[in-house]
Design a protein around this ligand. Structure first.
Ligand code: C2E
Ligand code: CA
Ligand code: CA
Ligand code: CA
Length: 278
């Protein structure tokens, strides 16, 4: 047993080392990625459940490293947040996605709005509101056509700067959406303190909606919280028609997930939209 214990420890330590090395390598690669043009954007539709019309699209970042291939944002976004690179990355996403929206419109493709994920870290730095203003003005996109997806984590910070930024964005006319609703903190008081317009029910709740009966009351309660506060409710991770039907029956307005479309590059999205609208 002692032997096994030592071995386990040994393997564990080597594993830790490999992890640490990969982390350092990834951080170095991440520092270069923007300048080398290794980031791209994918777009995933959000659908109105009743009419099945396009509500808006969410921009999702993709990183293709020359040696490692595709690296998931689940892996590199937290790292970028820790090593101070997220500001530049999220700024690039904001600029590129709003520019893409303007290009689609110039080409006659009707896309009602763009949703962009914004790390809480980015809010701690004062220039976000000014950047949003500039990006929208440069692309001539109305503020109401931009949604910033933020997390409950951000809502729980005590920093006055964050509260001011959210108010300023709301005054500007930008929509604020709570991403991964239900996974963060149990306190809901932030919903009345902050100018939020939308809730996105996390896909962990939607996942087994039609399989595990225990999920439905939870999802229903989240939809009701949203409705009673006058918020738009979007369900993410909708993979099957049965989920879509249940969500609609329970009063959810919008859905997003593989059932409608996977995240796609800009050209594939236009092809998808043509077929969808046809
Ligand atoms: P998220 O904002 O909750 O994004 C939804 C994730 O669920 C995306 O993964 C999307 O591809 C995936 N997804 C969509 N529909 C389905 C479905 O029906 N089933 C399943 N199983 N998955 C579905 P992705 O693109 O890997 O992004 C993961 C996370 O990385 C995002 O979660 C978000 O937190 C973060 N992220 C992505 N792009 C950005 C970005 O530009 N900036 C920041 N700060 N974070 C980003
Ligand atoms: Ca999101
Ligand atoms: Ca989400
Ligand atoms: Ca998520």
């Amino acid at each position: 047993a002692k032997q096994a214990g030592r071995n386990r420890c040994h393997f564990y330590r080597r594993d830790m080392n490999e992890q640490a090395v990969r982390r350092l390598e990834m951080e170095a690669a991440l520092r270069e990625a923007l300048d080398r043009g290794e980031f791209t954007l994918n777009f995933q539709p959000q659908i109105r459940l009743e009419s099945r019309r396009l509500y808006r699209v969410e921009a999702l970042i993709r990183w293709t490293h020359p040696r490692w291939g595709a690296v998931s944002p689940v892996e590199f976004i937290p790292l970028a947040e820790e090593c101070g690179l997220i500001d530049r990355i999220d700024s690039w996403v904001l600029e590129s996605s709003v520019a893409q929206l303007a290009r689609w419109r110039a080409a006659g493709v009707t896309v009602p709005g763009m949703a962009v994920n914004m790390s809480p870290v980015r809010f701690a730095h004062g220039d976000l509101v000014e950047q949003v203003r500039q990006v929208l003005a440069a692309a001539q996109v109305p503020p109401g056509d931009l949604t910033l997806e933020i997390t409950e984590r951000l809502m729980m910070t005590e920093e006055v700067g964050v509260h001011d930024a959210l108010d300023a964005l709301n005054d500007l006319g930008v929509m604020l959406s709570i991403d991964d609703f239900g996974t963060g903190y149990s306190s809901l008081s932030y919903l009345k303190r902050f100018p939020v317009g939308e809730l996105k029910i996390d896909r962990s709740f939607v996942k087994e909606l039609d399989i595990d009966a225990a999920n439905r009351p939870l999802v229903r309660a989240m939809i009701q919280i949203g409705q009673s506060l006058g918020l738009t409710v979007v369900a993410e991770g909708v993979e099957r028609e049965t989920q879509s039907r249940m969500l609609k029956a329970d009063g959810c307005c919008m859905g997003q997930g593989y059932h409608y479309a996977r995240p796609m590059d800009a050209d594939a999205f236009v092809d998808w939209l043509r077929a969808w609208d046809a």
